[in-house]
Design a binder for this molecule. Structure first.
Ligand SMILES: Cc1ncc(COP(=O)(O)O)c(C=O)c1O
Length: 385
């Protein structure tokens, strides 16, 4: 069988591989999870049930229902300072995943390069290749912040796009607004487009989230990707959105039309409820996640084989390994087998992620605590041997 070269050029996600391996095992402490463990708020579930009863079981408009587009425009203005016309500059997607895929497919021509500050979310590499582009991995600073000098150095005649992701998966870093502005300015000066992936925007423990499209001079160059997955514990609902200049949305809508037709109709109705509901419920969520992060960091700071700074956002810690010379993938397999703890190998997040592991604290505090102790003991024991 002769398969598409683009499809053959990508591999299964390193995150999914671990997920599939440990999904059925109850005994494993799973710190590889990339989704909130909490349940979707009841009012959102009720809105979905009501929408089903009201007959929202048919195709929806390609770009989304007008009331949801309106709610998204209001949210973008209120929370992000981003001004968009609901009719022409925003579109509903099947999760942030589809938003990223649509953006890359729409913007890239064969062989054009995408600058990806790395370690980075696995999809950026694969979706770039699927869209015919070339991912260019560019190092972050020592603290995992976006590094404008590295971006400048990576520019070539073929560069088309820069991806910015803050708060970041896998590092948990929150890049400050000045750094992001500097990076986006470089893109704008060089006629590039920027994809700003903001799916973890609400998970910020210190510092402040910044949306580059809030700067009027940047707006015409920025595709803002976001999702209800993490903020409302709705990963399984598959609903996200994208805000971009009108001409970009028009082209993306064509790809949407021929790939998924639309986002499920009753789920769009539930999304309106999510966006209209009181956002203060998230204060408790954030408090709980901060507590988990602090427990994890405090235990692992006693581990001589890990080096890290406390991350300011998302729900991941991405420590570097010290005195452990095993490739991260092999190390993770050993951890699953020998201590019953699953994390994700750093190499899943690009070449520059090797030598690290990603530990998620999107699980109960007891598991986070026990997992951290086991990891500490294990790494100490293998570094001695
Ligand atoms: C950085 C980042 N962007 C986008 C996504 C896509 O999320 P979803 O498709 O569930 O909205 C994820 C999911 O883990 C992510 O970590």
């Amino acid at each position: 069988m002769l398969f598409s070269e683009r499809v053959l050029s990508i591999e299964e996600s390193g995150i999914r591989a671990i997920f599939n391996l440990v999904a059925r095992s109850k005994d494993i402490i799973n710190l590889s999870i990339g989704e909130p463990d909490l349940d979707t708020p009841v009012s959102i579930k009720d809105a979905a049930k009501k929408a089903l009863d009201l007959g929202y079981t048919h195709y929806a408009p390609t770009k989304g229902y007008p009331d949801l587009l309106e709610a998204l425009a209001l949210k973008l203005k209120r929370e992000n300072g981003v001004d968009v016309d609901p009719e022409s500059e925003v579109m509903v997607t099947v999760g942030g995943t589809q938003a990223i895929y649509l953006a890359l497919t729409t913007l890239l021509r064969e062989g054009e390069e995408v600058i990806i500050p790395s370690p980075a979310f696995v999809q950026y590499f694969a979706a770039t290749k699927l869209a015919g582009g070339v991912p260019i991995e560019v190092g972050l600073s020592e603290d995992y912040l976006i590094d404008p000098d590295n971006i400048r150095r990576a520019l070539t005649k073929r560069t088309k796009l820069l991806i910015v992701n803050s708060p970041s998966n896998p590092t948990g870093a929150v890049s400050d607004s000045e750094k992001i502005k500097e990076a986006v300015s470089i893109a704008v000066e060089n006629g590039l487009m920027v994809i700003s992936d903001e799916v973890y925007e609400k998970f910020v423990y210190e510092g402040k989230h910044f949306s580059p499209a809030s700067i009027p001079e940047f707006k015409g160059h920025v595709v803002t990707v976001n999702s209800l997955s993490k903020a409302y514990a709705m990963t399984g609902w598959r609903i996200g959105y994208v805000a971009a200049p009108q001409e970009v949305i028009e082209q993306m809508a064509k790809v949407q039309m021929y790939s998924s037709a639309c986002t499920p109709s009753f789920i769009q109705k539930a999304a309106v409820e999510a966006l209209d509901s009181k956002q203060s419920f998230f204060d408790d969520v954030l408090r709980e996640y901060r507590r988990r992060r602090d427990v994890l960091c405090s235990i692992l700071s006693e581990c001589p084989n890990l080096s890290f700074k406390k991350p300011q956002g998302a729900f991941y810690l991405f420590p570097r390994l010290k005195g452990v010379n095993t490739p991260s993938k092999d190390l993770v397999m050993r951890m699953i087998k020998e201590i019953g703890v699953a994390v994700v190998p750093g190499s899943a997040f690009g070449r520059l992620g090797e030598g690290c592991i990603r530990i998620s604290y999107a699980t109960s505090i007891d598991k986070v605590e026990e997992g951290a102790y086991r990891i500490t003991r294990f790494l100490k024991s293998i570094s001695k041997s």
